[in-house]
Design a protein around this ligand. Structure first.
Ligand code: PHE
Length: 354
């Protein structure tokens, strides 16, 4: 009996993991274990023998069981210690750099435009980028063979062989949205239409895709004076400083009279500052909506009149953020954005100032 005790207690003490411990448990006190077999032999003993052997075997079984339990706890503790040592985290290590996105300047300026004009009561109206020639040209008083069609470097969409319908175009300006808005809402109307436009052109100040925001205000007595006020109010809010405008007589088929609008600026060492000095910079085309255009939109020119303008979003973004090459907007990777400090959307409003 003492041999058994010696054998198991030392084996338990030496067990290196819980699997080995379970093995020993089965060998010693499992159903067919050595101690259990010995207990079965009690039946064959004389009562006297049994009186000493019985309690001794029970004591041995208890002793082995508690040795097993104690070793199990010790092994678990050791395993936990080992894990804690292995899975140790250095919380003082610097974090891995995270890639951070930022808003594109064009998106930001788009947002600024809709906010500022929104404050003045203009709703946003959008139209398709693939447009019929009727909306892009005819309805805007640009008939077939009018030089303006050729001047716009239009992208034409293909038609299937034998399809005789007029080709669609990638809209060359946001002005077709004027017609769609008038058709949809009638007069009076105050809308702005920001969007992508397309012309086959590529250099420092032209990309084949760029962005315009169209403005349209139709009512009983809207005049060029209202146009001038709206634009000066817009530019002042947008640039965060009082900006004067200069109207130069011009020609667009869809407005009469027409004006190109310049904003006040100074040129110093090749950099432009808006809202000061005695220089001027052209930023948009505008005018009083031509009666033919009102008619095409289903609005009666005898009753209604109004102004329209079309402004380059990319262009005013370049001016505000000092970006010299338009192609930077569309060709480069994101690193240059960081250079210009584009992180979050800060939208100037008329009410709160900048
Ligand atoms: N659609 C003109 C352009 O793209 C701009 C414009 C819009 C001019 C509205 C007058 C009125 O150049």
């Amino acid at each position: 009996m003492d041999d058994l005790k010696q054998k198991y207690l030392s084996a338990i003490a030496d067990a290196s993991d819980e699997g080995a411990l379970e093995e020993l448990r089965l060998q010693a006190v499992g159903k067919k274990g050595e101690v259990s077999l010995k207990m079965r032999e009690l039946g064959k003993m004389t009562p006297e023998e049994r009186q000493t052997a019985g309690p001794a075997l029970n004591a041995l079984k208890d002793e082995i069981n508690s040795a097993l339990a104690a070793k199990k706890v010790a092994l678990e503790d050791a395993a936990l210690d080992a894990r804690l040592r292995e899975e140790w985290l250095d919380v003082t290590l610097p974090v891995r750099p995270q890639r951070q996105g930022s808003i594109h300047p064009v998106s930001q300026v788009w947002e600024e435009c809709t906010t500022i004009f929104g404050d003045m009561g203009f709703a946003v109206a959008e139209g398709p980028q693939v447009e019929t020639t009727w909306y892009n040209f005819d309805a805007l008083n640009i008939p077939d063979h009018h030089p303006a069609r050729a001047e716009m470097d239009t992208f034409y969409m293909h038609r299937a062989e034998g399809d005789e319908r007029p080709q669609n175009v990638l809209r060359t300006h946001t002005s077709p949205v004027q017609i769609r808005s008038m058709q949809a809402q009638g007069a009076p109307i105050r809308t702005i239409s920001p969007g992508r436009v397309y012309r086959a052109d590529y250099d420092q100040t032209h990309t084949p895709m760029f962005h315009q925001v169209e403005g349209l205000a139709i009512d009983k007595d809207i005049s060029m004076a209202n146009l001038k006020w709206v634009l000066e109010e817009f530019f002042s809010a947008y640039f965060g400083t009082k900006v004067k405008t200069r109207f130069r007589a011009s020609h667009f088929p869809f407005t009469e009279p027409s004006a190109e609008v310049d904003i006040q600026c100074s040129w110093e060492n090749g950099t432009v500052k808006v809202g000061e000095g005695d220089g001027w910079l052209e930023v948009l085309g505008s005018g009083m909506v031509h009666p033919h255009v009102l008619k095409a939109g289903g609005v009666d020119p005898a009753e209604w009149q109004g102004f329209a303008f079309g402004m380059g979003i990319d262009r005013i973004a370049m001016l505000k953020y000092g970006i010299p090459d338009l192609r930077a907007f569309f060709d480069s990777d994101l690193r240059w954005l960081r250079h210009y400090g584009f992180a979050s959307l800060q939208v100037p409003t008329l009410r709160g100032g900048i």
